[in-house]
Design a protein around this ligand. Sequence first.
Ligand code: NAD
Length: 510
Amino acid sequence: MIELNVVSVSETQIPDEPFIARHLIDGVWRDSSDGTVFERVSPSHGTVVTRASKGGVQDVDAAVAAARRTFDKGDWSTSSGKDRATLLLRIADLIDRERERIAFLETLESGKPISQARAEIEGAADIWRFAASVARTMHGDSHNSLGSDMLGLVLKEPIGVVSIITPWNFPFLIVSQKLPFALAAGCTAVIKPSEMTPATTVILGELCLEAGIPAGVVNIVLGFGDPVGTAMTTDKRVDMVTFTGSTGVGKAIVKAAAGTLKKVSLELGGKNPQVIFPDADLDSAIDAIVFGVYFNAGECCNSGSRIIVHEDIAEEVLARTVALSRKVPFGDPLDPSTQVGAIITPEHQAKIDTYVRDAANAGAEIRLGGETLSVPGMSGQFYQPTVVAKVTGDMPIAREEVFGPVLAVLTFRTLDEAIDLVNDADYGLSAGVWSENVHTCLEFARRARAGTVWTNTWMDGYAELPFGGVKESGQGRELGKYGLEEFLEVKTVTMRIGRTRAPWVDPRSA
Ligand code: NAD
């Protein structure tokens, strides 16, 4: 067994009874119309964490009907920015109040470390506060230069009913990158969290009601992609779908939504490179490499899973990355010192392992890990921090999302070669560069095809800054003022002032 930093098992008590999650439809908590339920087993502890109502087409129909009716009634969609901001701020305060409860359930459902779940909930509350600020400051345009007899107005209006579909890896954060902006704009919503992590979205629903969000504005349907997600993307009464998840499902959603030509905004996968130049501050770069690949056990759209390092320093960077990887504390997610927790499902663990085996069979070199691991006292699934060297650009491990704690290391000689490797990808979510030369960093930032470029840092995010991908990493943006714009429709009002228009037909003609 390789030498790794496995933390001790936490003494935190696991609840005897699962969390009961039900649909929220028109302000009322409901069982499924056919009474069926499903269970989520903790990936770390092996116990049933949540028992959730299993939605069907009828439940989606009721939720969409409530959202449509509420939107069309107009009380919410025409309420003032001030009133909406007040509610969003109240929800942010309630999220802070419930932080421990939310973080605990998120950890048990997802397997992520409790310290990271807490940070995620804090970050989410901050986004709700930011969204309150844009609810009050959003506005359209006026055009006063169309001639003395004309005035043009560009109104920003809520797009309408929004379907929100989220993944399991950051369940509370991702719904908080969408819902507060939709509400700030005046939209109504139907939300479907991942079937792996329904509990924290249900708690968010509770907090929305407690804050005073009117019935029918926020609706939640629990269940699986088919039939719940499918019905939410094909229903004619839905105006927009905002989806975060895999590129494959994103493409299916575009097709499903095409039937009614609804707007679709997508946050999808990534195969994100960090490029290390010889003049980089290696202490910081190696720490960022280790953080970038093991954060959330690598189950992260922004995972820095591809390192492209200059040949001259490749051996040093590899050796130091392996040494630091051995020190990463992993194991029981409930232990506050844990940095890497469990893998979401046994099937996903097997998929990660296949990528590593295939790379080794194709000539890559496993420098650390590459094995599943049983953590003493834990019944769930864990994967060792893994570093794979001698990876070439054509290997699946260099091109596809592994979504695990697995680093693929490639090398380059010139900046052009590095940029070619960066851009030789179907994905374009984020990219990073490490160099003390500002010209190298800026040239990289301009030439990398990615929605976000980090220079001498990795994965910093702010509510003010837009986030999203190019190519097959998605379309549209979240956060910042761009995140709000996604939920707004533009209406042009063209006004004539006075009766100055020359008649099209002369009424005096014969
Ligand atoms: P997934 O695509 O399997 O599922 C996401 C959601 O879509 C779930 O709620 C699922 O039930 C639902 N779904 C499944 N099939 C559907 C269908 N046909 N129609 C409608 N909904 C359907 O993704 P996942 O495994 O939950 O999450 C991991 C993926 O999410 C990774 O690819 C990751 O990169 C991506 N992700 C992207 C970002 C980003 O911001 N770019 C953030 C987090 C995760």
